[in-house]
Design a protein around this ligand. Sequence first.
Ligand code: NAD
Length: 333
Amino acid sequence: MKIAFFNSKPYDEKFFNAVNETYNHHIHYFEVHLNEKTAKLAAGFDAVCAFVNDTVDKAVLEQLKAVGISFLALRCAGFNNVDLDAAGQLGITVVRVPAYSPAAVAEHAIGLMMSLNRKFHRSYNRVREGNFSLSGLVGFDMKGKTVGIVGTGKIGVSLAPILNGFGCKVLAYDVKENPEILAMDIPYVSLEDLFAQSDIISLHCPLFKETYHMINADSLCLMKPGVMIINTSRGGLIDTAALIQGLKNKTIGSVGLDVYEEEDSLFFEDLSGTIIDDDIFTRLVTFPNVLITGHQAFLTENALKNIADTTLSNLTTLEQGNPCDNTVALSPA
Ligand code: NAD
């Protein structure tokens, strides 16, 4: 299949080229994002491969269809950037990579927790400057702390045993109970109880209308003073303005973010030589108790290999005219 691969980075090309030795697709890498201006580049290809921060709205899908694209392969799990209704109406089949390495994201969440707790981000800078003062670096034992996991799907389930290993008391919340969590003797509680009882809250549910801004001014009022909030899921789960208020009035102890609600205009690019005009983001990075990574929780060799393998396998399945298990929007019959 001829694949127009948008928004490519050197690490994508490395892993896709290696895996493609098995699949033998023809892949053309475009560094530009997929959007209304670039969609026409897909002319002459059979499929488009896009990422979480590409624009795949109705206008883009219409253009893709007009140049002959029938397949959209997302090389990510989330599909909230795709207008699925439009894809269905246009007969564009959308496939994704539902799981590539839950461990990668769970371990990154732990990394954020441990760095914020033991202040690695601050001590790294201090020691390089010859400042060996320990003032302001006091952390806490993870053992005995209560950690609330919101969303106990693949990533939440991967996180739970690591926290159990630390000797934490783990609480869970989800709209449906996962037997793997119950088998670890982890209790499900209401979201309100999880917020009220947790020393650390880690978000692992998808961004839906129901979960948009689940961390907001009201839910922050339910939380323990000094709570640590970790979000490696989707930025829209947190009302960032309310988060900043909670940090300013010191009710929130620390925040670790791998995602940010307005990340599309920032993340995945080197903006170090430009002026960032997102004042909310720039305020966030001024707090010593906030640690932000740029949507890199998935970025392990294992995950990149799995992403490439599933994406190319999805396209081979579609090319052979077979139904693909990883389809998120079926073409209308
Ligand atoms: P998953 O589908 O396996 O699990 C999601 C869980 O959330 C499910 O158990 C589901 O029942 C639950 N859920 C749904 N609605 C809920 C609600 N209203 N309240 C609480 N729970 C609810 O997904 P996953 O693979 O565990 O991934 C979780 C999220 O992590 C993804 O949606 C994605 O946004 C994010 N993610 C981030 C990265 C990254 O690099 N930062 C990488 C992969 C995934």
